[in-house]
Design a protein around this ligand. Structure first.
Ligand code: AMP
Ligand code: MN
Ligand code: ZN
Length: 892
């Protein structure tokens, strides 16, 4: 594949059979082959011959041993073997794989050699896959793939089919710059990444340049400190408790911290009048600093605070992380270029808010849509007074709106976009990547001048057009980061994009695999595309392999986590195979019809959580839906609650209701005699002898029996399903299970409740003082600046630690520690509240746990794309990458 690619750019066609095909893509593929078909035909023939020949070799065992006794045969074997190994080594080397196939000293045995071959095959086939995708035009905007052990040549050319209409002076190829075995930067983060399936809450805790003080939620350490993750209760319950504690803060929690300031931002006259473009300094004469210490960062902040404008850009990595990582921040002033190692200074970046939110300082970005979100997500940074040159380019109706184009148009600079998809986690940063990154901001202030001047000229000196660009830019800075949220319906969105019509079994497999992949990706902090690329997921669902080996066969190369958990996946596929066969549309309808619970996740996070739902999708409880009692956890009047619950308890069983059903049960139990309790248990055991064989939320089902077609149970279970009562059973089962588990949990929950109550009271006492603090910090921007500076300046580690401490408190809270990471329970349904999250079982993904169907949710525009997360397997897959990438990329 590589050869086809390089030929493509070197254009070394010999006998072009198609003279009309001026396009490079159509030239002769490689010498002697007029097109890919001819090459493939030849290749297949050769492979066939080789296979035949190898089959004709003496069989291992007696036959071989016999031949081997002839020295001539022995010699021949040795020389041929050497030749083959040499050939293989060369191919492997060519692909940058470990290749000491022939070096006997380094090898301990056949097994290791075999592993080498397998690894290399993976790498080569993966490459082939990527290139084929690119040939289809499918994959050009994807991120690099780096399977473990993959040591590619330093530069890998990609996107050869993406011929821009640009300069033409250089070959417009991209290069994926990989590094071998990059240490995961996440491991050094002081604050662990929060991949929980909960909405994003701003990280901000100090608000420089505030007109309206930061809400107490963010400044009150007490409240922020006690995050759901820290509670020693099941995740869903912890969230519930947390919600109660923070109820009064819900609105604040999801609001844009600088909404007020941005709403009241007016662009001064001076910025609406025609500027004299100030020429950029040649890069070679420009001072460059790589910022990777807190002192340097503070100094940079000081510098920026004295300016009236500076340019900013970010570089990002998304393949080996669930949410994505901002790896670099480039800043250019009129005099200097800076690159900040944001992996190193991730927790300290917030200090830049002082410059970034200063309305008197213009921040120039190109195509800031994603940057704004990444800044919030990773650093709690906000931008007040943004100018987006991408918006300016649009307003000017330029031919194209990429930074590339602007660079060419205004600066006559041919930018080198080959590194755009480089792995920006690489450290130390190679020089060529530094150069590339610098160009992204170096010319931006000059371009800012030029476009402003043109916008005014364009409009005959009237500021209207320029003003509209300022407004659009402001809208962008008002964007809020939205975390990708998993719902029971997420898979449908992605499945629809596959353009394959699935039957019920296939759809079930897709759903289960999707859930597995999402859970694992969050847990391991990998992208879903790394865990299991969508096209592989789709293939497995389509084929429903009977054997684990079949699953492996659907994946080439086999993603590490798939290999590791193939048995788990096998069980999921088996489970899907048990579904009665229906056409997909019917199945979809069925799903909808049986949806028992309404948008529980919305209610879980409070009515003000608009982060995942459109306006129209906010909870609207129809008469037969369950009322959700807010604040129920703190209600003194438990009796009254029980009554409420009883009224509605028969309808369905979402979390809150079950909770109090359990309280009731507990009370009941206290008054029961031992005999009564025994009797009750016996009665319960009669409930439904087959329940354990029904699709249910019960984690303890006997899978073997269930999957054994010879067993009676199997038959019965199938029949039950065919009667399509599984859903009702599920519900029934869920309730029963919740009851059981709650018994063990109720005590704990009560304790927690008291604790929560207590700390809530305490936190209330704190509010006033924190408000004062916030007001104080809001008062004096300059003062605070000094404070930050001096604190940090005193000496390096100590004061910074102090500084950090305040930063860490809210931060610490967000993520659970690596080992104790328990991803949020997806179903968020009632039984989950009591599902024993601490049980050993829980580390094993059990799809049965999410058997609830929720009513189809509509999503706000901005939200929508989050459901495409599955669609962003960078290397393999079709379609645009989605997560974090939901904007049309301003082409560079
Ligand atoms: P840029 O603003 O062009 O420097 O891009 C910033 C980051 O966005 C890069 O580091 C990439 O991670 C990502 N990115 C840019 N363009 C694309 C694209 N076409 N496809 C996927 N990711 C992209
Ligand atoms: Mn950018
Ligand atoms: Zn950039």
């Amino acid at each position: 594949m590589d050869s086809s690619k390089s030929n493509d750019s070197t254009n070394s066609g010999l006998q072009d059979s198609n003279p009309d095909a001026s396009d490079e893509d159509k030239t002769e593929l490689c010498p002697g082959f007029k097109d890919a078909d001819a090459f493939v035909k030849y290749g297949l023939g050769a492979v066939l011959l080789a296979t035949k020949a190898s089959a004709g070799l003496p069989q291992a065992g007696d036959e071989y041993d016999f031949y081997r006794s002839f020295p001539g045969f022995q010699e021949f074997c040795e020389s041929q073997g050497d030749k083959l190994l040499h050939c293989m080594s060369q191919i492997m080397q060519h692909h940058g794989c470990r290749s000491h196939m022939r070096d006997r000293n380094k090898l301990t045995g056949l097994e290791e050699r075999f592993d080498l071959v397998v690894d290399s095959n993976d790498v080569i086939l993966e490459r082939a896959g990527i290139l084929l995708d690119e040939a289809d035009g499918v994959n050009r905007s994807q991120q690099p793939v780096m399977p473990a052990g993959f040591q590619p040549p330093k530069i890998v050319v990609s996107s050869w089919n993406r011929k821009g209409s640009g300069s033409g002076s250089r070959s417009e190829t991209f290069r994926l710059l990989h590094a071998k075995n990059i240490a995961r930067p996440q491991l050094k983060f002081k604050e662990k990444v929060d991949n929980s399936n909960t909405p994003f809450i701003p990280k901000i805790f100090i608000k420089p340049n505030a007109i309206k003080p930061l809400p107490s939620y963010f400044t009150n350490k007490q409240i922020r400190k006690e995050r759901p993750e820290d509670l020693d209760v099941p995740a869903a319950l912890a969230d519930l408790i947390h919600q109660q504690r923070t109820q009064t803060h819900v609105e604040d929690m999801f609001a844009h911290p600088y909404q007020y300031e941005l709403d009241h931002l007016t662009i001064p006259e001076s910025l609406l009048s025609k500027p004299e473009p100030q020429m950029y300094k040649p890069i070679a004469e420009t001072k460059f600093s790589f910022v990777d210490t807190l002192e340097d960062l503070v100094a940079l902040n000081e510098k920026l605070c004295r300016l009236s404008e500076f340019a900013v850009d970010l570089e990002h990595h998304s393949y080996r992380s669930f949410l994505g990582l901002t790896c670099l921040m480039q800043i250019s002033t009129r005099e200097e270029d800076f690159i900040i190692d944001t992996l190193e200074l991730r927790c300290e970046m917030y200090i830049l808010n002082e410059a970034f939110t200063d309305p008197a300082i213009v921040k120039v970005f190109h195509g800031a849509d994603s940057d704004i979100e990444w800044l919030q997500r990773d650093f709690g940074l906000y931008v007040v007074n943004l100018f987006d040159t991408h918006q300016a380019s649009r307003a000017l109706n330029l031919a194209r709106h990429s930074l590339d184009h602007l660079l060419k148009h205004f600066c006559n600079v041919d930018s080198d976009k080959r590194y755009q998809l480089a792995d920006w986690r690489i450290r130390p940063l190679p020089d060529e990547m530094v150069q590339y990154a610098r160009t992204d901001t170096h010319y931006l202030l000059y371009i800012y001048d030029c476009v402003r001047a043109q916008l005014l000229d364009f409009n005959h000196g009237q500021p209207g057009l320029l003003q509209s660009v300022w407004n659009k830019s402001k809208d962008i800075s008002l964007k809020k980061y939205v975390k990708p949220i998993y719902t029971e319906e997420s898979y449908l969105e992605l499945q629809r994009k596959q353009k394959k019509s699935f039957n019920t079994q296939q759809l079930t497999a897709f759903r289960l695999l999707f859930a597995w992949r999402d859970k694992l990706a969050r847990q391991e902090d990998e992208s879903t595309g790394y865990v299991l690329p969508t096209h592989m997921m789709s293939k497995i669902s389509e084929e429903l392999p009977k054997e684990p080996q079949g699953i492996i066969a659907c994946c080439s190369p086999v993603p590490p986590l798939v290999r590791q958990q193939v048995n788990e996946l096998h069980l999921l596929v088996q489970q899907a195979r048990e579904m009665p066969l229906l056409k997909a549309e019917i199945a979809a309808q069925k799903n909808k019809g049986l949806t028992p619970i309404k948008k529980p996740e919305v209610t879980l996070f409070g009515p003000h959580d608009t982060s995942r739902a459109s306006e129209s999708d906010l909870p609207h409880f129809s008469p037969d839906a369950l009322p959700v009692k807010q604040g129920i956890l703190f209600s003194e009047d438990e009796h009254k609650m029980d009554v409420d619950v009883q009224k509605t308890g028969g309808l369905m069983a979402p979390a809150k209701i079950t909770l109090f059903e359990e309280l009731e049960t507990k009370n009941d139990q206290e008054s029961l005699s031992v005999a009564h309790m025994k009797a009750r248990r016996i009665i319960e055991s009669f409930e439904n002898p087959f329940r354990m064989y029904l699709p249910s939320t019960d984690v303890h089902i006997n899978k073997n029996a269930k999957f054994d077609p010879s067993s009676k149970i199997f038959e019965i279970s199938k029949r039950w399903k065919l009667q399509s009562i599984e859903e009702q059973q599920k519900e029934f089962e869920a309730k029963r299970k919740a009851k059981e588990e709650a018994k063990e949990r109720v005590k704990k929950a009560a304790e927690e409740r008291n604790k929560a109550k207590q700390s809530y009271q305490e936190s209330l006492q704190n509010v006033a003082t924190v408000r004062q603090q916030a007001a104080e910090s809001a008062k004096g921007g300059g003062k605070k600046r000094e404070r930050v500076a001096s604190e940090v300046g005193e000496s390096t580690p100590k004061p910074s630690k102090k500084l950090m401490k305040s930063a860490e408190n809210p931060q610490k809270t967000e993520p659970a520690s690596q080992d104790s990471f328990t991803p949020f329970d997806y179903s968020q349904s009632d039984l989950k509240v009591f599902a024993d999250m601490k049980s050993k079982d829980d580390t094993q993904f059990d799809p049965n746990r999410q058997a609830h169907d929720f009513k189809k949710k509509k999503f706000a525009k901005g939200q929508k794309s989050n459901f495409g997360t599955g669609n962003r397997s960078m290397s393999y897959l079709a379609g645009k990458s989605d997560r974090g990438f939901r904007h049309n990329w301003p082409r560079r």
